[in-house]
Design a protein around this ligand. Structure first.
Ligand code: FAD
Length: 322
């Protein structure tokens, strides 16, 4: 049994699904599972964390922690990790986790296994797998030296466990000292997303340069609405101004691992594959039977997206109705 500290992620008072994945995986392995919850007015979220397997929730609640900064959040996680002495620290491989955890690991003087796509516990030790060469291979990572073992795990890699309202966590308050902090965020202006983020969604439907205009993405949005999917894009589509950068999937965009990824008119360049090849099921629609995307696709349709996608939407609608 290991002592595990999960770094929770929440936005606007709602916990991210990845937090439940990490809690569930740790608790299922029989670990002593701690969670650190950081923000302003976040105490109420501790109950839900208990339902997903946290034994103890450490709440760092302070108006100065309302908006995330690596500097301030590290100043909470590092002292807590030093006093708690966990064997393992886990966080999501989200933009926040990617930013925060290298700082935490370096301040603790330990290594970091980032972007892991598998994680398990053996004899109280964490075992992870992470992709190499843009996902062409995966490496098993062994932690050496004194702990804690620090890892960030890709969303959807572990699966969300079923909540058990019968379970509850002990809640402990963390005293926050933010002296010496040099930066703070005074305001966050939300983009107009209105649909799930590509890193969180269990289905992502993405479009490429072949969509030709921003308006044509409406076809993907309509299909996404039928199945509750997020809409992603290749870099070519983003560079052409069809979609905002937050939707870009790939090496210089977001890394996604949904249960279903539908690539519409995307060639499958290595940089795009780096962001989506760990998806559980990949469907590709492309007019070119030789397009590299078909090499990673589980199901392929050689055809024109402007014919196939509307037909797909109608079939999905029928399935939903039944
Ligand atoms: C350093 C670096 C980082 C990069 N990072 C990223 C990244 O993060 N994400 C990313 O996506 N790319 C990234 N790229 C760019 C990448 O190399 C490709 O240029 C890009 O992914 C191509 O996008 P695309 O597939 O939409 O366009 P294209 O390569 O132009 O492919 C369009 C595809 O659509 C098909 N097609 C055309 N018309 C239709 C139709 N009517 N119906 C069906 N299919 C059709 C074509 O057969 C073709 O396969 C990066 C490149 C570099 C150098």
């Amino acid at each position: 049994m290991a002592k595990v500290l999960v770094v929770a992620e929440q936005r606007d008072g709602r916990l991210k699904k990845t937090t439940f994945e990490l809690l569930g995986a740790s608790a299922a392995a029989g670990n002593e599972t701690h969670l650190v919850l950081i923000g302003d007015g976040v105490q109420g979220l501790a109950t839900e964390c208990g339902h997903y397997g946290a034994h103890t929730v450490h709440v760092a609640n302070d108006p100065a922690l309302k908006f995330y900064t690596a500097e301030a959040y590290a100043q909470v996680v590092v002292p807590l990790a030093k006093s708690l002495a966990p064997d393992v620290i886990l966080a999501a491989h989200s933009p926040t986790g990617r930013d925060l955890m290298p700082k935490v690991a370096s301040r603790l003087g330990v290594g970091l296994a980032s972007d892991c796509v598998q994680a398990s516990f053996e004899g109280g030790k964490l075992k992870v797998r992470r992709p190499l060469y843009a996902g062409k291979a995966t490496a098993e990572v062994e932690f050496v030296g004194p702990g804690p073992q620090v890892a960030t795990i890709r969303a959807n890699a572990l699966g969300v466990p079923k909540a058990d309202p019968g379970k509850s966590a002990k809640v402990s308050s963390v005293s926050v000292s933010l002296s010496g902090i040099k930066t703070s965020v005074s305001e966050v202006q939300q983009g107009q997303a209105g649909r799930p983020d590509v890193t969180e969604a269990s289905i992502v439907i993405s479009g490429g340069r072949s969509l030709k205009t921003a308006d044509n993405f409406k076809m993907l949005e309509d299909t996404a609405d039928v199945i509750g999917a997020a809409v992603g894009a290749s870099r070519a589509a983003v560079d052409a101004g069809y979609r905002p950068h937050r939707d870009q999937v790939g090496q210089t965009g977001k890394v996604v691992s949904p249960n279903l990824y539908i690539a519409c008119g995307i060639s499958g360049a290595i940089q795009h594959l780096a962001g989506m090849r760990s998806s559980k099921v990949i469907v590709a629609i492309n007019t070119d039977p030789e397009a590299p995307i078909f090499q990673v696709a589980d199901y392929g349709v050689v055809g024109d997206i402007f014919t196939v996608v509307p037909a797909l939407k109608e079939e999905l609608k029928k399935l939903k109705e039944h």
